[in-house]
Design a protein around this ligand. Sequence first.
Ligand code: ADP
Ligand code: MG
Length: 275
Amino acid sequence: MPIGDYELHKEIGKGAFSVVFLVTEKKTKKQWAMKIIDKKSSSKGALETEIEIMKKVEHPNIVKMHEYFESTDKIYLVVELVTGGPLFDRIVDKKSFSEKEAKLVTKQLLESLKYLHSIGIVHRDLKPENLLLKTPTDLNIALSDFGLSKILSDEVFMKTTCGTPSYVAPEVLNNITNTPSAYSEAVDMWGVGVITYILLCGFPPFYSEDIRKLFESILSANYDFPAEYWGSISKEAKHFINCLLTVEPSKRYSAAQALEHPWIVDGNQSEPLPH
Ligand code: ADP
Ligand code: MG
């Protein structure tokens, strides 16, 4: 089935508010991923501005936006196709990552966030599902869905993020992020802490069937490193996570600070890059 200048092949993914298809651009024969979002979930206005900003983003660890168009009831985003699937699936397959692998992934995530934050973009919805792997064979990540939080209506966004509150920063639960703040990008850094934790042990730092308890533990950064799983993991790794899972946004490490943390810096020089 053709849509505009694209031939649709098959569904390659489904998100909370979108369906993703493998497509070929008729003119160039190039393959892309096309993300189709129901307009019902999108916010009024802001769309074009946001998309213009997203189109300017260029970083090796961020899914590149190619084109966008709309119909009466849908938004179509044509983006760089990545083939490694969600990082989340790789975590499930492997149970957990070695420190070296976790560090490699975390460092790329920090580089992409440092870049986004430097141009004033906050992702707001960082979680392993939104981290894709560029290829099935290595650990090069591609951050997807940045800026989407602004395209979606607040209602839909809150529903989807609060559907997976394990990743949400305390100040988001306290609902103070909508007030412009010098530290709004700190919500992403909390996400880095949660993701790094999961990479190293395979389960999240905050978890409870009881949503109230879950909120309470996030609001007080009440988490630990159970010895059974964390016994052989370095104290630098734990310290790194502590610096990110810090309740007060102004005290939480920024991407630039985190990139200078000994866990990220030490030993990286001697590690060969993956190929
Ligand atoms: P949502 O934001 O609606 O949750 P996602 O962007 O997370 O949707 O996409 C859902 C799924 O679609 C992803 O988990 C992934 O499997 C697939 N997908 C998304 N973007 C791409 C892409 N650029 N290349 C390949 N697959 C993708
Ligand atoms: Mg997503």
